[in-house]
Design a protein around this ligand. Structure first.
Ligand SMILES: NC(=O)NC(NC(N)=O)C(=O)[O-]
Ligand SMILES: [Zn+2]
Ligand SMILES: [Zn+2]
Length: 463
């Protein structure tokens, strides 16, 4: 039977090794993997020569904020997903904030699914949110396809009266019981609100408004306290937990101990916590402002050691964009700048550059953190997450030897700021395929599908 596409000559990144393989694709799925050259006689509509390229499973970015509805002018599904495609990402999960209304009711969830339809270059799922007063909406959102629920233990910021609200202890505890009752998963932004808001207010009152004062206002203790409380509630309620953007080695160790004690919990970190220091944050300015803040060199080295030991489950971008003017507040105060890093386009390249090229980890090791593990955690496996026969042909073709210096004009974001502008990255995504269809081509040799993405209903929530 005729194939739609054969990608031949590449070095294919499998779960446990990299092999020279040809990939046969029909109806969006991988139908065969064969020794290099063997595919020459196969009847195929198109053949793509991937010689000199690595073929990775597309990244699955479980943490992006595209800010629809109503704040789509901060990013939106179209620009955000185009940036992901250019970065080798083939599926994302969109956060329930900072759009307005936030995705905390079944009605808002369904409206957002409709809004995303036809706008996205790559496949997507949505998060629901846990906020005070919405316990009755959670199961309905799970049935409508929510990948899980996100709660903030500190002030999420954001704009407008209807903005996302943090979970008080009661909301958290009751919400975890409720989510556990239907086998759902809760994701947490884990920082203690009292510590961060008291220290932040004190810094502002004393006129300490620089980057290091911001970092000092969100100490590791705020993170470890919040992680500890959530783990305690998880042990009491049986709720499955996922900690987003963990910034400190101490918090990772607490999560590892909880796993050993039998809790169903995972730890995510982001490229910026592995690549940028608090000093970089001061030098780069508000483009590198995020919460939790960037930490010191020693903490970064410990995070890499923990990652190598397998104590970090997955990497996501936490792409939280905004109009560039919000990164340049009139007050000149670092404290007033929007907290959130635009990084969605760079995650795979940065992790391969730093992890593989500089630190000597294997391609498959990094791939597991970006694709295999997120797919498993969020019920997308075995359709997505690994290159294997039967899986969807979600692929990132990467030139591991093509170095470039990131410029603003490379970015597909609506607002072209990033802490990585000016950074030389030692590899580059050459093309991205979603279910066998090209959604990005560095050489722009041919038109790519800008609206090929479709919603993916995560399996794994037993309903
Ligand atoms: N309102 C946000 O988008 N917040 C995000 N901002 C960060 N991380 O600085 C987040 O994930 O917490
Ligand atoms: Zn967060
Ligand atoms: Zn976030």
């Amino acid at each position: 039977m005729s194939l739609d596409l054969v990608i031949h000559g590449g070095s294919v990144v499998l779960p446990n090794r990299v092999m020279p393989l040809d990939i046969a694709i029909r109806d969006g799925r991988i139908t065969a993997l064969s020794s290099r050259g063997e595919s020459e006689g196969w009847p195929a509509e198109r053949r793509v020569d991937a010689s000199g390229l690595h073929v990775f499973p597309g990244m699955i970015d479980v943490h992006v904020h595209f800010n629809e509805p109503n704040l789509g002018h901060w990013e939106g599904f179209a620009a955000g997903s185009a940036a992901l495609a250019a970065g080798g990402c083939t599926t994302y999960i969109d956060m329930p904030l900072n759009g307005n209304p936030p995705t905390v009711t079944v009605k808002a969830f369904e409206a957002k699914l409709k809004l995303a339809s036809g706008q996205s270059a790559v496949d997507y799922c949505l998060w629901g949110g846990l906020v005070p007063g919405n316990a009755g909406e959670l199961e309905g959102m799970a049935r409508a396809g929510a990948a899980g629920f996100k709660a903030f233990l500190s002030d999420p910021g954001g704009v407008g009266e209807g903005r996302f609200r943090q979970a008080d202890d009661w909301t958290l505890y009751e919400g975890m019981k409720r989510i556990a009752s239907f086998g759902g998963l809760l994701a947490l932004h884990a920082e203690n609100d009292t510590i961060t808001s008291m220290l932040g207010e004190a810094a502002a009152a004393e006129g300490r408004t620089d980057a290091s004062s911001f970092a000092a206002s969100r100490p590791v203790a705020a993170e470890t306290e919040a992680v500890g409380k959530a783990l305690h509630f998880a042990a009491l309620t049986g709720c499955r937990l996922h900690f987003v953007h963990i910034s400190s080695p101490d918090a990772v160790r607490m999560i590892t101990d909880a796993k050993a004690a039998g809790l169903d919990v995972t730890a995510e970190t982001c490229p910026h916590y592995l690549l940028l220091t608090d000093e970089d944050m001061a030098a780069i300015g508000p483009a590198a402002k995020c919460a939790p803040p960037l930490r010191g060199r020693e903490q970064i080295e410990q995070l890499w050691a923990l990652l190598e030991e397998g104590q970090i489950d997955l990497i996501a971008s936490d792409h939280s964009p905004c109009p560039t003017s919000m990164k340049e507040p009139a007050s000149g105060s670092f404290l007033d700048a929007w907290g959130g890093i635009s990084g969605a386009q760079s995650s795979l390249e940065l992790m391969l550059d730093e992890g593989v090229k500089r630190r000597g980890l294997s391609c498959e090791r990094i791939s597991k953190l970006l694709s295999g593990n997120p797919a498993r955690r969020f019920g997308l496996y075995p359709n997505k997450g690994e290159i294997m026969v039967g899986a969807e042909a979600d692929l990132a073709l990467v030139d591991m030897n093509r170095s470039y210096t990131l410029q603003a004009e490379h970015l597909k974001y609506r607002h072209k700021h990033s802490p990585y502008i000016g950074r030389t990255i030692g590899c580059r995504v050459a093309a991205t395929y979603v279910r066998g269809v090209k959604v990005y081509d560095l050489a722009c040799r041919e038109a790519v599908a800008k609206d090929h993405g479709r919603p993916v209903l995560p399996r794994g929530i037993p309903l």
